[in-house]
Design a binder for this molecule. Structure first.
Ligand code: ZN
Length: 323
């Protein structure tokens, strides 16, 4: 996507580079608009990384890295150019111009769907802390997760009710067709009433590469089937091209942390807890070509860390053949 030149100028004029860099690098003011700090792109003990707010660029005299705010976000968060531009534009409240009416419509639809999914995530989180979510909370604690981890991964609970989520969200003004489009509600054939897809499950929100929630995985409490249920394909969610915790792994990869593919959501959360912040998992399917492509964007040699049972060996074998 091409941005009109005036738009990028407007964006740069609203940004203060030292503020953006300052979130990742401790900067000390050297003179008026000039700051220095330890370079985030190479290992060093004395600062050779400089930021100039007036010129709006950064430069490292040690390794030669150089660029503006968009470049800094691209490099440190592993984002493509348009993604970095959109992220910064959001921060300063600047609307990103869309080239064509179709593109505009797509962006608007995605924006409202994103809101619906975000509202659902928030509601699931709340239920986990209510008596109705007690089972779920006990399960997560029983698996060794502490409160901070439960909050950090935004884990939640979907009560065993046909219209828990859909009732609340519709009262909040979300139309039923949006709930269906977002994959949260199922509309059966033959005029029977619509019902919540996720019932009686611990909920794992799934984010896109930028950290916005787009879907859910739900683990059943008790003997129900299937054990794990995921959102269906939606305009936001494409299983084959995403991975659980891909957003976090991108940040980790920018710091050269190893990328590890585990089998399940709980494995990934446990790995993160143990400091392996590059851990991801496929989304209820065998590792796809699209997912392998994403992994190779992050690391030359991602590790596959599947279970030692027969299913895990088969999954590893399939992934190796696909690779
Ligand atoms: Zn450097």
């Amino acid at each position: 996507m091409a941005f009109p030149p005036g738009f990028l100028d407007e964006l740069r004029s609203r940004l203060t580079l030292s503020e953006i860099v300052g979130r990742k690098v401790v900067l000390r003011r050297k003179s008026g608009a000039e700051y220095a700090g330890l370079c985030p792109f190479h290992n060093e003990k004395t600062p050779s990384f400089t930021v100039n707010d007036r010129k709006a660029f950064f430069h490292c005299f040690g390794c030669g890295e150089h660029g503006d705010a968009v470049g800094f976000i691209m490099k440190t968060e592993n984002l493509a150019f348009p993604e970095a531009v959109e992220k910064l534009a959001r921060e300063v409240g600047l609307a990103v111009p869309r080239a064509t009416p179709a593109e505009r419509e797509r962006a608007e639809r995605a924006a409202t769907l994103h809101e619906v999914v975000e509202q659902a995530a928030h509601w699931f989180e709340k239920q986990l802390r209510l008596p109705v979510g007690r089972h779920g909370l006990d399960y997560l604690r029983g698996r060794g997760l502490d409160e901070a981890t439960i909050d950090d991964f935004r884990l939640g609970f979907a009560p065993d009710s046909r219209d828990g989520l859909s009732g609340v969200l519709q009262r909040d003004g979300v139309p039923l067709d949006k709930l269906i489009e977002a994959g949260l509600v199922i509309q059966p054939d033959g005029g029977r009433p619509a019902y919540d897809r996720f019932r009686g499950r611990v909920m794992f929100p799934i984010a896109d590469r930028r950290g916005r929630i787009i879907a859910f995985g739900g683990r059943v409490m008790g003997p129900g089937e299937p054990k794990y249920l995921n959102s269906p394909e939606t305009p936001l969610f494409h299983k084959g091209a995403n991975l659980y915790c891909l957003d976090r792994a991108r940040l980790a990869a920018a710091k050269e942390v190893p990328i590890i593919v585990a089998e399940g959501y709980m494995d990934v959360i446990a790995l993160h807890g143990a400091g392996f912040t590059g851990a991801v998992a496929p989304l209820g399917t065998a590792l796809t070509e699209g997912q392998l492509g994403e992994l190779w964007k992050l690391a030359d040699e991602p590790y596959l860390c599947f279970d030692g049972d027969n299913a895990g060996r088969r999954a590893a074998g399939r992934a190796a053949e696909r690779a």
